[in-house]
Design a protein. Structure first.
Length: 483
């Protein structure tokens, strides 16, 4: 009986070693995983406000001023794609209330402008150009409407929901339905020229309004201060916190009763909340220029600035949403085009060659042949290395065979099973001695570590020092920043 017992025990242990780890904490949905794959996208502002040289339109601009002399959707999207953007969120209606599509809900729309002789649909032109270029398309329709005479009354919600339904119905699958916290104030309001205040906890009926999104666009990630799928990072500077958790629990701020867009726990937004109730990663939104709309006196951010923002957003497990502002011609300015292209080339060239490719890699513990350390270098983030259930600390050693110079280290967790790792450090072998070059906390969907100075070594050790459960890690990479 004794040999049979040991055989059964060994078979049991072997089976356990091939069993995937149990999920930990809040987990991403299918649409959120698709959002994580996008990483960097743009949000485009182009309304009568562009022609007024303002940041926020008051709602009183004559539709006839919306008259781009040479609108070119293909030019805008081509420049965005060259910048590495994989999606475009179009501001179909900003706070000024001007609709860029021939809507039935308001007379203040593109058919009243000279654009395409009153027969244009700018939403459709952008959507078609986006899809033709292989990018994803999203929509922002502002809930605040400074033009509508109905805003502030009990009749406006039906109008706003009808606008969403039109946009959800007529422009194909959306990857995002974008929302912000614009909640009333002064406006034109059909000529009333007054200030109108609303109770933002109830006025937009977000539960049922977002229910429309879920029903009509199930793969559209809902973005706002409080999610539901993607949260605002809490600033418009384009970066998440050094420690960045994809989990979050929206809470009302001090003195408020409910967490809603425009009213949330912003102090915790940049970092997220460890073991938060929901998987709700951060979007880092920032305009390419100083403002969200085109202003001739402004210049775009430099490629170096954009690369730094990329490291501090995508490189911290978040997404980078870059504001694009066409000029009055209806195109991106040459300066913007060049900044985007140079930035896009910098990212592509930097990450084109993983210096760890072909390296020897070993781990202090592995769960079994399906989860061995070699998965970290297979270029497939859907495979991963994992430790046994009881192992919450482990070391990975990468032998590059010959000494390589690098200044960026990339780590990726297998996020379908949750964000697990909470502490780690990295060492290089220098003159036969292990030297610590970085200590970190969170990893998540992607962690890009930019070293202060390039290092030169043939061996690297990654020590996972803190995890509440067994470890999963899908990819490791070493890169040299392209100039």
């Amino acid at each position: 009986m004794r040999p049979i017992f040991f055989i059964l025990l060994l078979l049991s242990l072997h089976t356990l070693a091939q069993t995937p780890p149990q999920p930990y904490g809040a987990l991403p949905s299918k649409r959120q995983l698709a959002w994580h794959d996008v990483e960097i996208y743009g949000i485009m502002h182009f309304t009568p406000t562009t022609f007024e040289n303002k940041e926020w339109g008051f709602g009183d601009a004559d539709p006839k001023i919306f008259n781009p002399t040479d609108f070119n959707a293909a030019q805008i999207i081509k420049a965005a794609k060259a910048g590495g953007l994989k999606g475009i969120v179009l501001v179909a209606k900003h706070h000024d209330g001007f609709a860029l599509w021939p809507t039935k809900t308001t007379a203040y729309n593109i058919t009243k402008s000279p654009f395409r002789n009153g027969k244009g649909d700018l939403v459709r032109e952008i959507a078609q150009a986006v899809r033709k270029s292989g990018l994803k398309f999203g929509i922002y329709c502002s809930p605040w409407d400074r033009n509508s005479a109905l805003y502030g009354t009990d009749q406006y919600l039906a109008l706003y929901q009808s606008q969403l339904k039109e946009l959800y119905s007529n422009y194909g699958e959306l990857f995002m339905s974008w929302h912000d916290g614009a909640n009333g104030g002064d406006g034109f309001y059909g000529g009333a020229r007054e200030k109108r205040s609303i109770d933002n906890t109830t006025y937009y009926d977000w539960k049922n309004t977002w229910g429309i999104t879920r029903k009509m666009q199930p793969m559209a990630n809902i973005f706002s201060d409080i999610g539901l799928d993607v949260r605002w990072v809490g600033n418009e500077e384009g970066h998440a916190a050094e420690t960045s958790w994809a989990t979050f629990t929206p809470m009302a701020p001090d003195g408020k009763s409910e967490a809603v867009p425009g009213q949330a726990n912003y102090p915790q937004s940049p970092e997220g909340i460890r073991n938060g109730k929901f998987w709700m990663p951060a979007e880092c939104d920032v305009p390419l220029r100083k403002g969200w709309f085109y202003h001739p006196a402004e210049k775009p951010k430099t490629p170096e600035m954009l690369f730094d923002l990329y490291l501090k957003s995508v490189g911290r497990g978040a997404g980078l949403d870059l504001g694009l502002a066409p000029d009055p011609r209806g195109q991106l300015h040459d300066d913007d085009v060049m900044a985007l292209k140079t930035f896009g080339d910098m990212v592509r060239n930097t990450f084109a060659n993983n210096l760890a490719k072909g390296a020897q890699i070993k781990a202090s513990n592995s769960r079994g042949k399906n989860y061995f350390a070699g998965k970290l270098l297979d270029g497939n983030k859907n495979t991963y290395w994992a430790t046994n259930d009881q192992i919450h600390e482990a070391t990975i050693e990468v032998n590059l065979k010959t000494a390589k110079t690098f200044d960026i280290i990339s780590l990726q967790e297998y996020i379908p099973l949750g964000q697990r790792i909470a502490g780690y450090d990295i060492e290089i072998l220098e003159k036969s001695t292990w030297k610590k070059i970085y200590t970190g906390t969170s990893i998540g969907a992607k962690r890009l570590i930019k070293l202060e100075q390039p290092v030169h070594s043939n061996k690297v050790r990654i020590n996972i020092t803190k995890s509440p459960v067994c470890i999963t890690l899908s990819e490791v990479g070493f890169y040299k920043k392209a100039l």
